[in-house]
Design a protein around this ligand. Structure first.
Ligand SMILES: [Zn+2]
Length: 248
């Protein structure tokens, strides 16, 4: 599967490919010369990994450094559940049930993880295209629709007081995390003002976030990380390295 993730206005964005054993990114302009292999690495998720403004974007941000040295932090289905717990995607008892199911059916859990990653990359491509003013692919829209509709069916409607409220049904299977991300992309992310959807401009990052700042000028996923790194690089470039590379 190959997914174009073009973005002239932001940065020369790579293409991404999956096959059975690895995921790789290909630079869009010189495809064969820029093959960036994604390294799947162990990562303990921390609150600082949740800066997207919605857990759907935080999920897409479980690959970091897509522009230079991509690292995929979902090294197992158990890690996906660990991520979902920190994201508060489901109540804890639901996550316990998913944990048990994954232990009982490891092959099915692995398939679900692969499905989650496929959806993650299609959705990243979809949003990266929208951010850069391009049309998302029909395939990405079709997959998003599938997951969104499946996510909708995870809710029940109840009348309380004078209004209808949505309740999570509590019924889950190994693909429920993916469905909930699809639901949130449509309901929460794509309903945000498009001009507030951003990709971090920091080096080796490419995280997505919703800019909710008052002035609407947020450029970095995290000023303390990517903002300072970019400033150090500019300083290094301006001074010709006279004072050393402060970003390292
Ligand atoms: Zn960043």
């Amino acid at each position: 599967m190959r997914i174009p993730v073009g973005s002239d206005s932001l940065k020369a964005f790579p293409f991404l490919t999956y096959n059975e054993s690895f995921i790789s990114y290909r630079g869009g302009r010189q495809p064969l010369k820029h093959l960036l292999q994604v390294v799947v690495e162990q990562h303990t998720f921390l609150p600082r990994d949740f800066v997207g403004g919605d857990s759907a974007l935080d999920f897409l941000n479980t690959v970091t450094g897509r522009d230079q040295s991509p690292r995929d932090w979902l090294d197992s289905y158990a890690r996906l559940i660990e991520w979902a717990a920190l994201a508060k995607l489901f109540p804890q008892d639901v996550l316990w049930r998913l944990t048990k199911e994954a232990k009982r059916e490891p092959a099915a859990a692995m398939r679900a993880l692969t499905g989650a990653k496929t959806f993650r990359e299609q959705s990243f491509a979809l949003l990266a295209n929208i951010i850069s003013g391009r049309s998302p692919s029909k395939d990405a829209l079709r997959l998003l629709r599938e997951q969104w509709l499946a996510g909708v069916s995870s809710f029940e409607l109840r009348f309380e007081g004078s209004r209808v409220v949505k309740d999570f049904s509590g019924e889950v299977d190994l693909d429920s995390i993916t469905r909930m991300i699809g639901y949130r992309i449509v309901e929460n992310v794509l309903t945000s003002p498009i001009e507030r959807l951003r990709m971090c401009q920091g080096p080796n990052c490419s995280w997505l976030f919703i800019d909710t700042s008052k002035g609407g000028r947020r450029r970095w996923c995290d000023m303390a990380v990517c903002g300072n790194a970019a400033k150090s690089r500019r300083f290094y470039a301006r001074t010709g390295g006279l004072f050393g590379d402060l970003s390292s």
